[in-house]
Structures are given as structure tokens and as C-alpha cells.
Design a binder for this molecule. Sequence first.
Ligand code: NOJ
Ligand code: CA
Length: 732
Amino acid sequence: MRVLLLGGLALLTACSKPSSKPSGGDLTEAFLVSPDESLRVTFARSADGRVSYRLGANPGEGADSAATYILPSTLGFELEGLGRVDSAFEMLDVVKSAGNESYSLPWGEVANVNADYGAIQLSLKHATTGVSVTVEARLFDDGLGLRYTFYKAPNREALGSDTIRILEELTGFRVSGDPLVNWGPGDWNSYENRLEFTPLSKIDAKKYDDRPQLISRVVPNNAIMTPASMRLADGTHLSIHEADLVDYPEMTLEVMPVGEGLRSTLAGSQNRAAKAVRALPFSTPWRTIAVEKRAIDLLNNHLVLNLNPPNQLGEVEWFEPTTYAGVWWEMFLGKGTWDYASGQSAAGSAGQAESGVSKHAANTANVKRYIDFCAANDIGGLLVEGWNTGWEVWLDSAARLEAFDFVTPYPDYDLREVVAYGKSKGVDIVMHHETSGVPERYEQQLDTAFALMQALGLHIVKSGYVGNYPNGEWHHGQYGVRHYRKVFETAARYEVAVNPHEPIKPTGERRTFPNAISGEGARGMEYNAFGDYTQVNQPSHLPGLVYTRCLAGPFDYTPGIFNLEMDGYRGPDDEVLSTLGGQLGTYVVIYAPIQMIADIPESYLDPDGSYHPAMPYLREMATNWDETYPLAGELGEYAVVARKVRNENRYFVGGIAGDRDRPVSVKFDFLPEGVEYTIDLYADADDAHYRNNKKALSITRNTVSRGSTLDLTMKRGGGFGAVIHIAEARQD
Ligand code: NOJ
Ligand code: CA
């Protein structure tokens, strides 16, 4: 049985009951050590009643100091009408305990999680206002979570009601030194920004503030989004994020004066000063600090999931992880249209198929053609965008308010026939609900829209929120957070899994609602088709995603573009800055239980009409895993990951190079002892180049076993993917 050291007391985890309960308002310090004794969090109350926490390595036996990761950082709030509640605290009570999170994931990057933690609760009373708040921390071996709870009875008098109105949360994250940070701006309305990798002191996020846009970029402070990941001077990596974000604005991290690190600043609203308004009792989301020695291990850190409530939906057998194709990229290429009307008028225009044929992409015949492509290539889903009426006006400021109803197909799209045809071939249509950025209208229609899906036996929807909300709220404020949660909850009742674009960032809700399957919330593949070279994702973007957005949860990046030059459709300057090897590696490095095979079917064919030799890899691409093995990587630079396919003796390994050629040595220590495997490797050829030789791919078959090493060079903007089978299974 493991023994936890709690503030000098030994406590047995298995029978943990609150252990120490000193009394009085004069407590000054309490600490907690992680179950493996590697981390320590210490809470202290200073003479002026500020309560701070600090996080660091736990000094070993006999030692009196160890590395500090987060220097003493204050806790508190600014409340409407009451001012700052961040000093003059009395520490009334300290309760310590311990616990364990042990659960399986119906789908995921791992099958099971099992993590012990130590816990502490501090009951604080603010002497000046009389406001009471409980600070709760859980310390795992790989990170810290902390949150605040406001109870009703002790606060009614101080607040004058049962409602709390929060102007700002003042949680400090005084990271030590001037770490190198992988960051994106703390934008209240869109995550579709460039990602940077700079010292903390060099962060300039406000340059991204750019209001008058279809989706305005709203960066009022020099603040960064979470997850934000950083490397401290001693090589330790931290990633700051939040868990269980419910009915509260998202947290961004304001860059404080040098030495002061970061501090929470919440996304706001144009309608009121208070950023969060909640009836009591309520708890804030957990503020999470993942701690890993190696950057790549952040990909296997489950702190955020651990701090979410258990699964409420069970096994969700109705949702099957899968690859999916889409009647989608053809619209970005300009080959097809989302809307029906311009599809008709454009029929026969230059570059199109037969004259007189509609360019409206979501027509029955075209969709069936895509279904055939999916069926031929073991692709289980097909997204169809532009299937429903409204796309003629969806960007019009007034008409967009009532553009979509999510149940009325265009006249050339026989929804039922297409769904039945797909089902006959083992391909399920992935529904599409573009809300044109009007959550209220969507909320009115959720039941009708999901009931239609249920009646058709469809279980996945991609949603979208292009446009500023018309009601003065931003996507990431409390209003937006509430909306996205409501959609997950409503969809669950109809056995529908949701993949929101222009979403709120994930904070581990997939543990509680495993129908929260994926989402956007970053610059995805679509930016490579926006035609403006400055908008295109640079080679550093992918590793940036891996160590920021992807740490929050599954990401619908939509990889798999094979026609990387967009030949035949777009101008000479339009291109995806990637090699084919990079596209293939992305499937393994970026985790999601649905992964798009995003290009148009024609792009997967060679000039002679046969499928591209990399197609077997995509055909057997898995999207559900038993284990994830982070192999190598550095913040902002590159990543190499292996994963074991769920319930199968099959593995994938993938890497992405980032902004320079990257030699890597892949060690197969993740394979079981004494078994020989066949590896099919799809890697950048020696002469591959992300601009002028994108498709140069080397495909080789070899034998590997535990202990083998594979040396290869991922080219700038490139990478590799490999599939590993037990040797006998591949004697073809
Ligand atoms: C933006 C989404 O990210 C993209 O995937 C989608 O095609 C368009 N909105 C239209 O809904
Ligand atoms: Ca988008």
C-alpha cells in the first residue's frame, strides 16, 4: 500500500479520510506531496492575508530545497460591487485527503487511466467583504489541478444574494525564469490564429487583435490561450490549461511584468462588465498545470481528463471511431459550391466537368460517387457539407440569422436515398450543421435536427459557427461555453456525437460526455486553401498545434491532402506547405477518434488511374488506441509518436518534422518481447521538399522487433507514417 506524505503526516491512500483539521484563522502554511513524491504544492498565507500556492519538485529526503516550477502565486477574484478579494484572507480550515481516478475510455488515445492523487481543501474567509471561498487542489504525479468553490450559506450576506458576479479571476501562474513558450493569442472569439514559440518575455499577443472580421479576432490583453506549454530553464516542461469548463468563461493567461509570469484573465462579454455570473453554490473549472520532464510526454498526460466527472453516457456503442471523407475540400478548391444557386449558374464554367452540370457539390450523384470511394477504401464516414438550404445567404449579416433549419435538403439532394445507399455499403453520412454563428437559432432547432439524424440512423455531426454571434457575446465567453455544452448534452439524448468547428476549446468533457468526439479550434487544413500566402499554415504550425491545441483534446485537423499543389484547381501560388510524408505522419501524431481523409477522391489516384501506393496505409488507418507511446519531440519543433490499435496486435508510428529537416532514431521498445513484426514505412524520400518536391515518398517494408532501431530523416514540413503488423499476418 502506498504511503502519502501529507504535511508531515503519513496517510494511507486506500483508507483515506480527511486527516488533519486544525482550527482557527491563523494557519499559515500547508503542503501536499504527489503520490510518487516527485511534486510538492505548498499553500501559504502572508502577513497581509494573501494566500499563495507554489509548485515544485519535492525535496528528497534530507534535502531542504528543490526546483520550483511555479513561484508563490496569488489566488483570488475581483467581484462586482465588492472589489478585489485577494488579500486579507483568514485561513479557517485545512482538510487533506487522497484519492484515485481509475476509468476506461470507450474510445481514446489510451484504453485505461489509473492515477492517484493527494488533495487539499483550504477554507478562506475574506475579512473585508466577508466573502468565503474554498480552494481545492489535487496533486497527481504529473501535475496539479486547483479550483475555487463558493458555497451558498456563508456568502449570502456578503453578496446580498445567491448570485456571484465575477469581474475577473486572479489566479497567478508565476512560472519561474523566462521560459520558452509555445503559444497562441488569448482570443475571446477565435482560436484560428498563428501559433508562436518565443520566450515568455517576448510575447506580443495584442498584435492579433483584429476586430472587424467575419469572426473577429478579439485579444484585449497581452494574453495567451490555453493550453500554453513551456520549457523552464532546468528543462522541465509545463502545460497550463483548464479542466471541466462548465458555465463559466474560458481562461486566458495574461503576460505579467517580467518575473511575475502569467495570470488568469477570463473571456468577457460586450453586454456586461461581469465576465461570469453564477448562482451559488458553484465551482470554477480546474486550473491545470501538467508537469513533464520531456515535452513529448505531455501528449500522454491525463491530468485534464482526471479532473472531469466520470462518464455519464456509458459505452456509446453507437459511435464508432473511424476515418471519414468529405464532400468538402472540393468547395475549398473551387470545384464545387456549398450553395445550390451559384452551383447552377456556374454550371459549365471554365475548368468544370460537362457543361450544364451543376457545381453544387452535395447532389445525390456526386455524393454517391464519394460513397463508392469510401467503400472501396475502408473509410467509414462521409461528411456532406452544403446539403441543406440556406447557403446562399449564410454570410449575409441579416439573412444569416434565419439561414439554416438543418432538416431541409436542397432539391438535388435526396437525403434518404443517399443515407440508404451509404448504409448498404458500410458508409455512414456525417451530418453537417453550419449555424452561421447564431447559437440561439441552433438551440431552438437542436431537437428537430438531432431527431432527424436519429431517424436516419446517423450518429456523427460536424457543426460550425462561422460569424460573430449577433447578440454581443464572444465565442469563448460564458454564453458560448454554455451553448457548446448544451449541444453535447442534447445530442447525447439522440445518440449523436458532435465535432464542433469554431468551438470552445476542449477541457476534458469527453470523459463525461463521450459524444464530444472532436473539434476544431485552431487553424486547420482549410487555411491552406484560403489563397493568401500569409494565411497558409507554415511548417512550424503543426508542431505548434501538437503542443498547444492538441493537448486539450481530439482535434479535427483534416489531414490527408495528396494534391498538395492543388493542381488543376487553384493558382500557382496556392499550395499546402507539406510533404506527403508529413500528411501521413499527422494521422498518428494528432489524435482524434474521427480522422478525415480530406482530399477529393481523384487526388488519391495516380495518372494511370490506379490508387496511389500510399493508399493501403490510409485504408488501414486506425483512430482508436489501447496505448500511446510518446517517442521524441520538442516544443514548437517536432513530434514522433507510436500508438497501439485498440484491441488489435497492430501499431502505428508517425512523425512530423516542423520547420527543419529532422533526423530521428525510432526505437521499438514499445513492442512486446519476442515477437517479430513487419513494418510498412511511408517516409519522405531523400529528395522530398515541402515546396518543390512534396510527393517524393519512400515506401519500404522491413522487419522490426523490440530492441530494433530505425534511423530516418523527416524533411522540413514533412514526416513519416508507418504501420506495424505481427509478421505472420503480412506474408502477402
Ligand atoms: C468553417 C469550417 O472550419 C469548415 O470546415 C467548414 O467547411 C466551413 N466553416 C463551412 O461550414
Ligand atoms: Ca474553421
